[in-house]
Design a protein around this ligand. Structure first.
Ligand SMILES: O=C(O)CCC(=O)C(=O)O
Length: 340
């Protein structure tokens, strides 16, 4: 990357952070015109998300694929993840593995680690979208809570936890009056979304396994949030469905669909306390590393189930880490990786 292109990208990112789309695009376009690969990758990501540029997933994928064909190994990696999720292209696990393998052969350490983790779990070559979940244990009938034991190998849990650690920030809740995200003392834990750019095929494989357990297509799984609770931190009693009686949520409900289920994967278990509590039934679940809990948030007809009130109790010692997502009734857009 030339010094000038690097400075232009930094300026574009700073304008973007301030919400000045015009200045962000002007700076990035200038860097792209110089042919700089980092600028072209950034432009493709914004095109994928519909951030600053109009959203066009196909164009974004093509731009990344062209860079990969030119030998740009970061684009090989990103293209592999896009192929796995089917973002801007047909979902293609063999093609995803092929792209990640080419990046590894070019010496990309991230790609090598990704393939070796897949291989270690005997998932290399097997499309995670065809994975057979273990039989679920019914933990609770009201609300409906199922447990799938050891769906994710411990090394995958550690990988996800480490990939999220640099991005942890204060958690938010949705304001029922405005629909906006706001800080709230009911949620004192931290949270991160691992941006697509930092995702590996392991992130895809986890989403695909969760989709199998939840019996839904992978594109109904929201980009997960990685939750960290330090001792004393909590996510107090809440519902995960979108309340159809709240006018501020109506547009979101129409565009993205209802949140029918909450899948949670426990990424570690070396803490004390920190159970997932179900307030209406007075029960709580303590997962082991790699266990998946699936909570049903709705009843027939996708109507909110008020029995689904739940909480992440505070650990009294140690740190608790959780992969947390929602199953929606409509396909989720790539831009959600950027929404926080
Ligand atoms: O951390 C937990 O045990 C619960 C997480 C949770 O309530 C959520 O993600 O909605």
């Amino acid at each position: 990357m030339t010094g000038n292109a690097a400075a232009l990208i930094d300026a574009a990112l700073a304008h973007d952070a301030r919400g000045d789309a015009g200045a962000a695009v002007a700076a990035l376009d200038e860097a792209v015109a110089s042919g700089d690969p980092s600028a072209r990758i950034q432009a493709a990501l914004w095109t994928l998300y519909g951030a600053n540029y109009p959203r066009d997933e196909t164009a974004a994928f093509r731009a990344i694929d062209t860079l990969a064909a030119d030998g740009e190994r970061r684009a090989m990696r990103l293209g592999a993840v896009m192929r796995a999720f089917g973002l801007g292209c047909r979902r293609d696990w063999a093609g995803a593995l092929d792209g990640m393998t080419r990046a590894a052969e070019q010496g990309d350490p991230f790609a090598r680690a990704d393939l070796s983790l897949l291989d270690g779990a005997n998932a290399y070559g097997d499309d995670p979208a065809l994975w057979q979940p273990p039989r679920a244990d019914l933990f609770l009938q009201k609300p409906r809570v199922e447990i799938f034991r050891a769906v994710i190998p411990a090394q995958w849990c550690l990988h996800v936890l480490q990939s999220a650690r640099p991005f942890m920030a204060g958690a938010h809740v949705k304001d029922a009056r405005t629909g906006a995200r706001t800080a709230d003392p009911m949620r004192t834990n931290s949270v991160a979304i691992v941006e697509l750019w930092d995702c590996s095929l392991i992130h895809y494989a986890i989403a695909a396994r969760v989709a199998r357990a939840c019996r839904c297509p992978v594109d109904r799984i929201e980009p997960p949030k990685i939750l960290r609770y330090q001792a004393g931190e909590t996510y107090r009693d809440h519902f995960d469905f979108i309340d159809p009686d709240v006018p501020a949520f109506a547009a979101e409900l129409r565009a993205r669909g209802q949140r029918t289920k909450t899948p949670l994967i426990y990424l570690n278990d070396s803490y004390v306390g920190g159970e997932t509590a179900f307030l209406k039934s007075g029960t709580a679940f303590r997962g082991r590393t790699g266990d998946l809990l699936v909570l049903r948030n709705t009843r027939a007809g996708d109507k909110p189930d008020r029995d689904s009130l739940h909480a992440g109790l505070p650990p009294t010692q140690g740190e608790k880490w959780v992969w947390s997502s929602r199953v929606r009734t409509r396909p989720q857009l790539a831009r959600l990786w950027r929404e926080f």
